[in-house]
Design a protein around this ligand. Structure first.
Ligand code: ADP
Length: 262
């Protein structure tokens, strides 16, 4: 369904002629609808842990008033829920920061190999927790792209974190760094591969949408917000790059970050 905004301006003086301009409003409406959906989703995601915290406060002040053991248990749950809210707010702020500066500053040169090493170090505790072994398959030479190091750090961190969280049953993650040419463009390609449960094909086109999860319960227990991959996609688009996803159920997934060489 299309809708138009129409303006009429007279041609000359008393000619009885008008120029009508039809402006297509469907795109503006679609964006308005997406924004409203986004706010509704974000509010719902924040309200769920808030409702749980508020319920436990009532219980602690009421029926569990004299039960220190139950109180300790409820406080633990409340702490988890506040963690969830704060992760969600961090991700929402990241998205809004990206939207407030839709164009990348003229880029710094970013060394993808160095950035990847820094991401791996930052996730060493998570890898130890999940018992994940990491294998590097890095090509020779330098891997330089133009862009924002903090943003590219976040891209690689989100992907490696997902591989550890969702692919933990596979026991290992392979991080690959290579150069390739695609459509005449020379690219740096960083691939994060896990050997976990994989993602059913029908979900793959949608997992970079905001708040989309293949399995809400697993995402929750793995401390997910449903925003990680949408942030990844956003950042890559502004770097002139892209994300390709391959996955096979029961075998694992691979997420490849393609960035044009500086
Ligand atoms: P979340 O915060 O829930 O992790 P993401 O946007 O990072 O959100 O990912 C969206 C969904 O895609 C996840 O909830 C999960 O269902 C699925 N997913 C992401 N990475 C993987 C992976 N490596 N293996 C299996 N499923 C994955």
């Amino acid at each position: 369904e299309r809708s138009y905004h129409v303006t009429a301006s007279p041609v000359g003086h008393d000619t009885g002629l008008y120029v009508l301009v039809f402006r297509d409003q469907s795109e503006a409406r679609r964006i308005d609808r997406m924004r409203a959906d986004f706010i509704a989703n974000a509010s719902h995601e924040l309200r769920t842990p808030l409702a749980s915290i508020s319920g436990f406060i009532e219980t602690i002040l009421g029926p569990a008033r004299n039960d220190p053991k139950a109180q300790a248990n409820f406080l633990g749950i409340m702490q988890e829920q506040t963690g969830r809210m704060s992760r969600l707010i961090d991700d929402l702020l990241s998205l809004s920061r990206l939207e407030m500066k839709p164009y990348l500053r003229p880029g710094q040169t970013v060394d993808v190999k160095e950035t990847l090493e820094a991401v791996i170090s930052s996730l060493t505790p998570l890898m130890a927790d999940t018992g994940m072994a990491l294998e590097r398959e890095f090509g020779e030479g330098s891997f330089l792209v133009s862009g924002d190091r903090d943003e590219l750090f976040q891209v690689l961190q989100n992907l490696l974190e997902n591989a550890c969280k969702y692919g933990r049953s596979g026991g290992r993650v392979v991080v690959q760094l290579e150069k390739a040419v695609s459509g005449g463009v020379h690219e740096v390609v960083a691939t994060i591969r896990d050997f976990g449960p994989g993602i059913p094909q029908e979900h793959i086109p949608r997992i970079t949408e905001r708040f989309y999860r293949v399995d809400v319960e697993t995402s929750r227990t793995q401390k997910g917000t449903g925003l990680g991959l949408s942030i990844v996609k956003h950042i890559l688009t502004r770097h002139g790059g892209r994300l390709t996803i391959r996955s096979e159920v029961g075998k694992g997934s691979s997420f490849a970050v393609h960035l044009p060489i500086a």
